[in-house]
Write a new protein. Structure first.
Length: 103
């Protein structure tokens, strides 16, 4: 699977499940997806906000509901690729992507 195909796969996944996080919320659920070949350093990691919540407890309920355990194997071509999804709840003042304008 090429890097472009992996990026497209991630983009389509986010379109299907992501809702924009509101600036009014106190807690934001973030999803980090890492894609790579098994046993090799990951080739790509994308971090995106999924949803906003008024309380940490509400965010944790959704995080637990949407979390999966362990790497998942994706087969789109003859190349085996693993994806690891990590969900976390952070205060709305924290952006795990880092400061804007540093990429």
């Amino acid at each position: 699977m090429t890097k472009r195909a992996a990026s497209l796969l991630i983009g389509l996944w986010f379109l299907a499940v992501a809702t924009p996080a509101s600036a009014e919320c106190a807690w934001v659920l973030w999803t980090s997806i890492t894609i790579g070949k098994p046993g090799v350093i990951p080739t790509q990691t994308d971090v995106s906000p999924v949803a906003g919540f008024r309380t940490k407890a509400e965010c944790e309920v959704e995080r637990k509901r949407t979390s999966t355990e362990g790497p998942k194997k994706l087969y789109g071509t003859n190349i085996e690729v693993e994806s690891v999804v990590f969900n976390t709840c952070l205060p709305d003042t924290v952006d795990p992507r880092g400061p804007k304008g540093t990429k």
